[in-house]
Design a protein around this ligand. Sequence first.
Ligand code: UD2
Ligand code: MN
Length: 578
Amino acid sequence: SKPDVQVVGILRKAEQNAGLLNKSDPHSVKTQIQVTPRLRVQKVEPSQAKPAPVQKAGGLHKVMALDVTLKPRDARAVGQFGQAAVAPKDKEAEVQSRWNEGYFNVYLSEQIPIDRSIPDTRPALCSEKMVHDDLPTTSVIFCFVDEVWSTLLRSVHSVLNRSPPHLLKEIILVDDCSTKDYLKEPLDKYMAQLPKVRIIRLKERQGLIRARLAGAAQATGEVLTFLDSHIECNIGWLEPLLERVYVDRRKVACPVIEVISDKDMSYVQVDNFQRGIFKWPLVFGWSTLPEDVIKKNHMKDSDPLRCPVMAGGLFSIDKKYFYELGAYDPGLDVWGGENMEISFKIWMCGGEIEIIPCSRVGHIFRGQNPYKFPKDRQRTVERNLARVAEVWLDEYKELFYGHGYHHLLDNSVIDIGNLTEQIQLRERLKCKSFKWYLENIYPDMEAPLVKAEGLVFNLGTRKCLALQNRTLVFATCDLSNQNQHFSYTWLRLIRQQALCVVPQGPGNRVSVEPCDRTSTNQRWLLYTNKVMAEHIIVESSPRRVCLEAGAKADGIYVKDCFSGSNLQRWQFTHVYAQ
Ligand code: UD2
Ligand code: MN
């Protein structure tokens, strides 16, 4: 017969793609063991329960639809009204050659007026909404490194043109040590005409996170509003954000992020009811709220939407509250992960994150970052996320590590730095657990603590693995016997309490040792009922070794995976995740 597993690399891929266990295995023994093969939690709905509306004393007015660009200076200009722009045929080469200046159509952006008008994409009810007369003022903070001139200017003008002046305290531009000359004197000169705009220059590249901290430290408004430097704020964008902060200072308000096409610079309206969520290993994404949840909660398209996490770039937060929360972890480098950090922190420490459909801001989503990462990009982001996981995820951090095949599993490879202050902050703020967050804020997220658990049934001997006096043996399957209960963890350990199953080289009996999450030789891969030692490879083949039962149930070994024997086939009682 053909070998089951030939090349390690292929397995790794297949395992990532197809998951670790084959549920539809024909040799399934679930009938023998009489327990449910897969515990599926009942369908859980995203949390959208509305807190009671807060009444404030001040007077109210209809949200202002200020927009000096409603009657544009040049109605026939390229890209006017947010329409798609097209480059003439003879300029296509220039479009191409300038693309990498920002990883979007820099040529077209330059043709479009810096104060173009865009369509009012708010839901109909928004223009009728009331906001308080005495809203707090805000400082708008743009951090940038080597931003394209035209998009930076368009960002600034969209704020100036579409914000009530009495609410806009200032605009702070934080230059994160850009290398482009046009961002030096020419930018100073240009902004000198705009009294509300201030520029802060960082002497060294600090990265987005520490740049935001530098901007916040200088801000004089009551609310901080962070924006990316390639955006266009839409009509009436500011008051609905400030209103939420005003009714409750622990609310962090995000506008709907609409799309400015990187190809033709058109302004594209996005679908309603989109929540910010994450998937493992802490990857941000969008998810549309299901129809039945919308119906059940009588939600209107203009209602604030509670979000498990924010995208990161655009939000308003009460300045004092931002500092009470300890701002951002200053140990986060360059870019990435800070949106997870602030999101977990906000929810777990008593705040809320909302998307406000009546506030809309366009953003150019790009295929690549147009600036350098001083260290490797992937490692930088992984390191940031590992800091977040270590501080905020409690026992669930194993799901983060287990989903990523991270270098991070081997602690020596990446130094994630000191976390003492962040951990102390969490204690000081008496924040809730990550379990609470999952159950109350993101109940629709699947987060089983282990991938599989229960009895470990061997299909050849029809017996179960048991641990007796620190020795692995076979026994008649018995669910009530704790010695037969094992779990397969996200870190790929086969564990019974503090002891883990460890291979001892081809042909040898396996043993148990105290679990060590950093030890690579304790890890196992599960794949179509095979249990393979992750780090032992038979050089001559090259093939992996598999957990195999002695023919008379007289021992547990690892042997070449070549054999198709049922002695190499195993099944956990419960499989929660692939
Ligand atoms: C998203 C967020 C972004 C940030 C990031 C994760 C939105 C619309 N954007 O990525 O704000 O949360 O996820 O960290 O939600 N910058 C610096 N210094 C640096 C690197 C970047 O100042 O070292 C600036 C950059 O010029 C830009 C902003 O930070 O204005 C965000 O960077 P991006 O636009 O490349 O990030 P994006 O939109 O892909
Ligand atoms: Mn951006």
